[in-house]
Design a protein around this ligand. Structure first.
Ligand code: 8YV
Length: 322
């Protein structure tokens, strides 16, 4: 008799190749309609499963983790960010938690560059004008934005995504400054200037890109006091998490012209974001699509499955976060 395959509760619809591998190696419970499950449905799914394979749309707070069945072995995330899972609570219950680092750095850095360019060159305004058939003039003063080439870029969080963004930005002759918990070795730094504190970094940043994880330490990191330290008309880009920004402070600074523009892919309370962002002319807004390429979504799924494979083979998964 062959051993029963581990049962995996898959919370969202995943790429076809990933679901095929799940079907081959596991006993998966799929969500073909890609419905958002309630907490009760996640618990019910977990009752019938050996592991959960979830996205950042599933919020596993301490209360929910307390209700998960003791037989559950693992929570594999289809994401690099794990702020939607209370890691301390999961660890206390003995659940192995994994994420999918590395594989989304290129895709997310592309979106950081898009946000930077889109915000600086007023791409949203131009797009909307054409789509509304309102383009009826041209003059030397028309749609004048900020040049990206040669400007200083401050990167907060020089992890995998931050490093790729720095590399891409160098293609625009940008001068890189960064703040990170630790200074990088010089080969990774590649000439970038390290600042031990954010306060030291911010006055240098004509552009500021946020690439740090959402943690208790980074909650509201970009607040009004820190925005005040940026050069006037600086441009802020966030492809990390909405929670690292005090959104009201950002909106006020955009409204008052302290900041020139913002390019945002992430927000607090997604997808019900603060409507003020869409009312401001100087924002370039995307709906959390940092990792949304076919290549990357496949790679994220395979990485999550590599982690599950290791766990059910009795070995240490490569990307254990709890
Ligand atoms: C995805 C992300 O939307 O991986 C992350 O942390 O923010 C994203 O790019 C998410 O992974 C889907 O669960």
């Amino acid at each position: 008799m062959t051993a029963a395959k581990p049962r995996i509760f898959v919370s969202r619809k995943l790429p076809q190749a990933v679901e095929e591998r799940l079907q081959r190696d596991y006993e998966p419970h799929f969500n073909p309609d890609d419905r958002l499950y309630s907490g009760d449905e996640l618990i019910a799914g977990a009752e019938q499963s050996d592991a959960l394979l979830i996205c950042h749309t599933e919020h596993l707070d301490a209360g929910l983790i307390e209700r998960l069945p003791g037989h559950l072995r693992a929570i594999a995330n289809f994401s690099v960010g794990v702020d939607h899972v209370d890691l301390t609570a999961a660890k206390a219950r003995g659940f192995v938690v994994t994420n999918t680092p590395d594989v989304l750095a290129d895709a997310t850095a592309e979106i950081a560059m898009l946000c930077m360019l889109g915000a600086a060159r007023r791409a949203s305004e131009g797009e909307r004008m054409i789509r509304a058939a309102e383009w009826n003039t041209w003059s030397p003063a028309f749609m004048v934005g900020t040049q990206v080439t040669g400007k200083t870029l401050g990167i907060v969080g020089m992890g995998r995504v931050g490093l790729v963004t720095a590399k891409r930005a160098r293609g625009f002759d940008m001068v890189i400054h960064y703040h990170n918990r630790q200074r990088l070795p010089s080969d990774l730094e590649a000439g970038a200037t390290y600042h031990e504190t954010l306060e030291d970094l911010l006055p240098h940043c004509e552009f500021l890109a946020l690439h740090c994880p959402a943690t208790a330490t980074t909650e509201g990191l970009l607040n009004s006091e820190r925005i005040a330290l940026l050069p006037d008309r600086a441009i802020v880009v966030n492809t990390a998490r909405g929670s690292v920004v005090d959104e009201q402070a950002l909106i006020d600074a955009l409204r008052l012209g302290k900041l020139g523009a913002a390019g945002l892919d992430v927000y607090r309370n997604e997808p019900h974001i603060d409507p003020a962002f869409a009312q401001l002319p100087n924002t370039f807004l995307l709906p959390h699509i940092g990792s949304a390429t076919r290549e990357t979504r496949d790679a994220m799924g395979f990485r999550a499955l590599d982690n599950l494979d290791a766990i059910f083979a009795g070995s240490e998964p490569g990307d254990r976060v709890a």
